[in-house]
Design a protein around this ligand. Structure first.
Ligand code: HPA
Length: 252
């Protein structure tokens, strides 16, 4: 049987600063099309050790798509159609509460959706099926457990839990907005967590988030302003553990 017939063990959606998985071998670029349009870029399907892994850069490989313009439906649909059943979403975020400072990796267990106007369901045709998927636990608990156990085996520190607040962007938040999010119970803030997680649930995909803290959210640290240079340097540093974590997750 050809390699392309093997199941995909894991799909990784890379966020800001994670545009490739350099560790993948025998990579094929798959230009997918879906009933919802084209994904952000090619699916890069390759091998990590003895496992097939699909990688997709959420913002496009040249980072040309802002968070509110990402075709989340096409991305999830394409990964599902390629045979992926488990998705690890890597999301660059700001940290709000004490345990989530810059360079922390976290695997949140809750989210609050503050986004608006995004195509957030596969079932949005009038006259079509109306579906209300259970979303009480937005991240698949067994996949979260697997991620945390893999991180422990790989010696990569990952904070267990936290609430991800998904904002619309592309601008960063005001201090008052972050103060409100803190009162709401958010630990992390990012612009890409939704509708991605909800769409994954609609497709029955296992889905977990690995949040990479790039900066203190507005008003939370000492920095006068948040710069892209700071964000990218912190994502690079925190992302160093990612390959080992993925390997452990695939082998686990
Ligand atoms: N806010 C929202 N999204 C982000 C941030 C932030 O501070 N940092 C990285 N992504």
């Amino acid at each position: 049987m050809g390699g392309s017939m093997e199941a995909i063990g894991l799909a990784v959606i890379g966020g800001t600063g994670v545009y490739r998985l350099a560790e993948l071998d025998d990579v094929q670029a798959v230009e997918a099309d879906t009933p919802y349009g084209r994904p952000s870029g090619p699916l890069r399907i390759g091998r990590l050790g003895s496992h097939r892994v699909a990688f997709l850069a959420r913002h496009g490989e040249g980072h040309s798509l802002p968070p509110h313009r990402v075709n989340y439906r096409a991305n999830l649909w394409a990964l599902h159609a390629a045979g992926a059943r488990r998705v690890l979403a890597v999301n660059t975020v700001g940290g709000i509460t004490d345990a989530f400072g810059p360079r922390v990796l976290a695997c949140p267990d809750q989210l609050i959706d503050y986004t608006w106007g995004r195509a957030s369901s596969f079932w949005d045709q009038e006259g079509g099926e109306v579906l209300h998927v259970d979303f009480g636990d937005p991240y698949t608990p067994p996949l979260r457990t697997a991620v945390l156990e893999a991180a422990a085996r790989a010696g990569v520190a990952v904070v267990d839990g936290g609430c991800y607040g998904a904002t619309q962007g592309p601008r960063l938040e005001t201090k008052a907005e972050i103060a409100r999010m803190r009162r709401d119970g958010c630990d992390l803030v990012g612009m890409t967590g939704m509708p991605e997680a909800g769409l994954a649930r609609e497709l029955g995909l296992d889905y977990a988030c690995l949040a990479v803290v790039a900066n203190w959210a507005a008003g939370c640290g000492d920095a006068a302003e948040i710069t892209l240079a700071e964000v990218l340097a912190n994502v690079d540093a925190a992302g160093a553990g990612l390959p080992a974590l993925l390997r452990a997750l695939l082998e686990g």
